[in-house]
Structure formats: structure tokens, C-alpha cells
Design a protein around this ligand. Structure first.
Ligand code: FEO
Length: 401
């Protein structure tokens, strides 16, 4: 248990060992943040993954008698936040379970399809704008559909200016520090960017609605459900401003050249393209998928205005690492970027079509004709890649990245 403000306690779980969060590689682990508001009607905002239950329970019992908890607020039914809610519910005879209408549906379908009676639960379904008095404090709810699921909502405690933002503004980052400024604001911002790229990226329009929904609140603290809390005014301003940029799919004048290779031909092409971009004065990142993870790659893609993807053909398809990345990217949809595909083949170039289609499906329109080489790229391919690099770089206004 850690007091983060008068009468507000962090009672979450630090997941040092988390390395994969539904496909998002998390080398730094994560936290599941639950927050207790101690008041006449104590309220717990979110819980933790099922295996963090004992730690959350112990932290809660340091500050409150579980039987006194009046409200269990489920801001989001995904199991990293709801995984312990019903175990806790069983020990909270006074508690009502507060959630959005979609939250109720999702919780019922996740926890009662194999037994149990959802009718036993004292549901308190809230709509956007509803307020709940806890005594000295109150909670105002704002629905934030698709940030990150249809049921998501955030809760605002106006008496202290605290926004419990659930997945929004979070980071997958395990630490004993609870505040961004304690752990290092730059670290927190970098992790928040990676989190946005891997979790929130497809929902720019919905994020803009969230930002406008909380725009008139006087925020003193943003408490996400993962990672570090934002409390310094300058940090709150920065994370809000960055969310605005990311929601608008803004990018840097930068190229990212991503590839896998079989016998070195596609790698030669990637390097030729890379040197062409550098010669054209474009900030560029060169990424070999054999030594990179998709979560870091998608973060680079979110920054870059130009995304080039290359693969050789294997049995008339792209290599699995390229297919995996493009599948991931098609879900995350990094819009407002230009694309380019390249690669090498022996006798069957038909599979390049899927690479072109998948990049387009990811929301990335081609900025130049693809370049594909048979067997080993020769001088003519070099020249075509140099021309492509120069043409693509010319489509991007140059300024400091
Ligand atoms: Fe942190 Fe969408 O759950």
C-alpha cells in the first residue's frame, strides 16, 4: 500500500516477470494499478490480474476493512484489471460493482459463462457524466469507448483533481517508484509512447474524444492503470499534448526501413535504400527483424512518416517475421504514412502482392512503385532503389526529427 495523495492509496501489483501482453513484448514488466479512495463510502478503482490477488488484498487490508468497501469500480473489463474483482467481491458484503453498461455485459460474459449467478452481483451501472458521492469525495465517470475496449471509462475525483484514467496514459513498466518524476519523466514518456503504439494506436478518433471529454477538468494527477502516475503540471501537460499528437497520427520526418533476409539479397537492398535516404538528408532507422521485436518496431513505425518493408520469397510468400509484423501492423493501423515495398525472389514473385496489400491494409499508402530483384540485386536494381529513395525522401518535408 502506498499513499499517493490524502486518502488515496495505490494497492496494485507489480508484475516484474511480464514479458508478453497479448503480443506486446514487455521487457520491463508492468504494473496493474488499483486505487483505494478512503472515505465514508470507501471505493476501490480497478483490481489486478488474477495472480496479483494476494498482494492486492494485503495492500488493501493495511488501510481498510474489506467488509467496509462500498464500491468496486470496474473501469474496464479486460482481465488485467478485472481478474481479481470477484474474489474481492466475495469479501465485500456491502459493495456495489460500478461499471459501464458494456462493462456489465463483458464482466458477465467473462466470469459467469461456466457457472455462478450474475444476478447475485449488486451492479451499479453508470453512464457518462454520472456522479457518485463517497462522503468527502466524489467520483465522476466519463465513458471512453475503445480506449481500450467498448466498455472502458475513466473516473474523476474533482475534490483533488485526480483522474483515474485506466489504460489511457499508461505504460507497461514495472518499478517500485509510483510517480513518473520519481522514475524519470523521460523514461515514463518513452514507455507511454511504446504503450500507445502497441495498444491505443488504432483508436485515434476515440482518443481525441477522450481528450476533449477531460479537457475542461482541472487535473492535478493522472493515475493510469499501468505504470507510473503523472503528477507534475509540466508532465501532465506533456503527456496530454503527446496524446493529442499521437491521436492525430502525427509523425516525424523520418524513414524506417524494415526487412528480413534469407541469403543477403533483401538485406543488400535494405542497405541501399537506407543509404539513399541518408544521402537525401532524411533521418532513418534500419531494422532487421531477425534481431528486433515487433513492439519496438511498431513504436518506430509510429514515429516515422515513411515505412519501407522488404522480404525475400519463401515458398511464394513473405518470410514469417515479415508476415507477423504486417499482421500486427494491420491491426494497429498507423495511418498518414507513405509506404514502399521491396524484396528478392528466385523464380516466383507472386507473394509480394500480399506484402503490398497488407501494408495498404495497415493504412499505409504506397509512395512509389515497389522494387523486386531476382536472386541477387545488380546495378540496375541499385539504381532503381536510389531513385525510389530520392523520390520518397522528396515527398517528405525536411525538418529536425
Ligand atoms: Fe490494461 Fe485494456 O487493459
Amino acid at each position: 500500500m502506498i499513499a499517493i495523495a490524502p486518502d488515496i492509496y495505490w494497492t496494485g501489483y507489480i508484475d516484474w516477470n511480464l514479458r508478453n501482453f497479448h503480443g506486446y513484448q514487455t521487457p520491463g514488466g508492468s504494473t496493474y494499478n488499483a486505487y483505494l479512495v478512503r472515505d465514508e463510502q470507501p471505493a476501490l478503482i480497478d483490481t489486478v490480474k488474477h495472480y496479483g490477488w494476494e498482494e492486492m488484498r494485503a495492500a488493501l487490508e493495511e488501510v481498510v476493512d474489506l467488509s467496509a468497501i462500498r464500491y468496486l469500480v470496474s473501469q474496464h473489463a479486460e482481465m488485467d484489471h478485472s481478474g481479481s474483482i470477484f474474489r474481492l467481491w466475495e469479501r465485500c458484503p456491502r459493495a456495489e460493482l460500478v461499471c459501464s453498461p458494456q462493462g456489465k455485459q463483458a464482466l458477465e460474459k467473462q466470469f459467469f459463462t461456466r457457472g455462478g449467478d450474475p444476478g447475485r452481483v449488486r451492479w451499479k451501472v453508470v453512464n457518462s457524466g454520472d456522479e457518485l458521492s463517497l462522503g468527502k469525495y466524489s467520483l465522476r465517470f466519463v465513458h471512453t469507448p475503445m480506449v481500450h475496449w467498448p466498455d472502458s471509462m475513466v473516473s474523476f475525483l474533482p475534490e483533488q483533481g485526480i483522474l483515474f484514467s485506466n489504460d489511457a496514459f499508461g505504460q507497461h513498466y514495472a518499478s517500485t517508484e509510483r510517480f513518473a518524476d520519481e522514475a524519470g519523466t523521460e523514461t515514463a514518456l518513452r514507455e507511454a509512447e511504446k504503450y500507445y503504439a502497441n495498444i491505443v494506436l488504432p483508436y485515434g478518433r476515440q482518443v481525441e474524444k477522450v481528450l476533449s471529454g477531460i479537457g475542461d477538468l482541472s487535473l492535478k494527477m493522472i493515475c493510469p492503470s499501468h505504470g507510473l502516475i503523472w503528477r507534475r503540471p509540466e508532465d501532465i501537460a506533456r503527456i496530454l499534448s503527446l496524446y493529442g499528437e499521437w491521436a492525430r497520427y502525427e509523425s516525424w520526418p523520418r524513414a524506417v526501413v524494415i526487412y528480413d533476409t534469407m541469403w543477403g539479397s533483401t538485406e543488400k537492398m535494405a542497405q541501399k535504400l537506407y543509404s539513399g535516404f541518408v544521402r537525401a538528408g532524411l533521418s532513418t532507422r534500419l531494422i532487421n527483424l531477425q534481431v528486433s521485436d515487433n513492439s519496438s518496431v511498431i513504436t518506430e513505425v509510429m514515429r516515422a512518416r515513411l515505412v519501407a518493408v522488404g522480404s525475400p520469397m519463401l515458398n511464394n510468400h513473405v518470410l514469417p517475421a515479415v508476415a507477423g509484423l504486417l499482421t500486427y501492423m494491420r491491426g494497429l493501423k498507423p495511418k498518414n504514412r507513405r509506404g514502399f515495398t521491396f524484396g528478392s525472389y528466385g523464380w516466383a514473385p507472386g507473394g509480394f502482392r500480399e506484402m503490398e496489400d497488407w501494408l495498404r491494409d495497415a493504412g499505409i499508402a504506397p509512395g512509389h512503385e515497389p522494387v523486386y530483384a531476382q536472386y541477387v540485386p545488380g546495378r540496375e536494381i541499385d539504381a532503381r532503389l536510389e531513385e525510389a529513395a530520392s523520390s520518397l525522401a522528396g515527398q517528405i518535408p525536411k525538418k529536425e526529427a
